[in-house]
Design a protein around this ligand. Sequence first.
Ligand code: NAG
Ligand code: NAG
Ligand code: NAG
Ligand code: NAG
Ligand code: NAG
Length: 484
Amino acid sequence: MKPMKPSFQKDGADKVDGGTGGVLWPSRICYLVVLATTLWAVASILFPPSAFPHPLVSSVTVSHHPAPHDSASEDNRTATETADRCAGRYIYVYRLPPRFNDDIARGCRTLRPWMDMCPYMPNCGLGRLLGDEGGVFPGRGWYATDQFMLDVIFRCRMRRYECLTGDPARAAAVFVPAYASLDGGRYLWNSTATRDALALDLVAWLARRPEWRATGGRDHFLVAGRTAWDFLRKTDGDDDWGTKLLSIPAVRNMTALVLEIDPWTRSNNLAVPYPTNFHPATAADLRAWQEKARALDRRWLFSFAGAARPGSNKTVRAQIFQQCGASSRCGMFRCKKGSECEASPGAMMRLFESSTFCLQPRGDTTTRRSTFDAVVAGCIPVFFHPDSAYTQYADHIPADPERWSVLIMHTDVTDRNVSIEEALAKIPPAAVKAMREEVIRLIPRLVYADARSARADFKDAFDIALDVVLDRVAKRRRRDVDGR
Ligand SMILES: *[C@@H]1O[C@H](CO)[C@@H](O)[C@H](O)[C@H]1NC(C)=O
Ligand SMILES: *[C@@H]1O[C@H](CO)[C@@H](O)[C@H](O)[C@H]1NC(C)=O
Ligand SMILES: *[C@@H]1O[C@H](CO)[C@@H](O)[C@H](O)[C@H]1NC(C)=O
Ligand SMILES: *[C@@H]1O[C@H](CO)[C@@H](O)[C@H](O)[C@H]1NC(C)=O
Ligand SMILES: *[C@@H]1O[C@H](CO)[C@@H](O)[C@H](O)[C@H]1NC(C)=O
């Protein structure tokens, strides 16, 4: 549906921050990630896995309490509040008119032209609770979650955020709880004027707030839980795809959390994990699943769940269907459409839970929810393009891609007839085991805890995203004060 950008340079696979390091990566965050990864590595040697179920907790917490600015401070709160565990982390949440959120949720029957989204709204956007399905979803925390429900999940979770403030002057960042992607998603096939109406209404509403005028919205953030491609329309022609949400100047001033960024015009957008079916409410529930995932019997070397795409059979996807179909070591869950795969979480997860490697070719865009389902299942993801994860979720994943995933360049499969099976079978069993362990440790960082839980005592995808937002905003404030 979307044209692919020119292929990322090959060494992008090894360099998570790609060629845009200076722009994207504040050096301190970069340092923290390196530090965190090092500590993680050291810790994983010192502590047996069961005693160390969520790595990074201790190390990344550092960013919760940013060091006092060494440049002349823009405010003198920092000094007086160092004892406050919320210092630098207070968030003010707007109370928006319901047309920007609750009214949209109430219209769940018409959020997508071909399907009723109401079954996906309950439980704070997690959807209905799933049954055990013959051991596929053991223990607690499994839901039939739609991949585009992050607006709802995130807002709900924010209500339980431990450092909310009613005083905007005290806030380190301001959250705009609009359902931006539910709104955009419902009108994708209507006129461009219809698609953009509510987003323009929102920025007009914001522009009138004193909180906005204080910084031009540069400390504001919002969630638009689809890929950036749905919000980057260039023209006003009705046959151009998407809304122009992310091109609106006011929104460009904010930080927008999306499921996939455009690595070429990243602006202030931040890519965060797709929601999966797993939403543990406590670290104990999480750990119980991690133990199970370690012990699963994985009868398939590799597997693929997805739909065929019309057109050329020279694509990686077509090759996967061909190679997987011809191999006795490949499991396949073939859907007629992507939505059919999503509607069968049990069948899909059963496959991933019994596979060592899970193939993740590009689809409409470079990323897929399936990558996150695979990680939850303890299945090592196999990518065919660095933009499918490494250049997207740098804050959530290990800096070294080889520790937890495999990259087979798509051109090797399509142009050089590389056998996926041979490439995977070549990896020594000890290396496979180490990678799987890394994948299983990654689970907490890539899932969204049950947003209703007051006891989500582990650092999840939400916590990590918020740390990044707070870091970025603090950095901008300092830059603004320093006159850049
Ligand atoms: C520090 O706070 C005091 C009062 O709390 C205020 O008058 C002063 O302007 C602040 N200084 C700076 C540099 O913001
Ligand atoms: C969007 O398009 C659908 C289908 O054509 C139509 O039923 C609906 O009324 C349109 N919505 C708006 C707000 O124009
Ligand atoms: C964006 O931020 C800049 C710098 O603070 C400000 O001058 C501008 O007015 C802001 N844009 C909007 C639309 O508020
Ligand atoms: C696909 O491959 C087959 C042979 O492998 C070929 O006959 C066919 O023309 C190709 N193209 C399409 C679009 O099927
Ligand atoms: C590709 O590889 C397969 C198996 O290794 C082989 O059977 C086939 O002939 C090769 N195709 C081409 C076009 O080289």
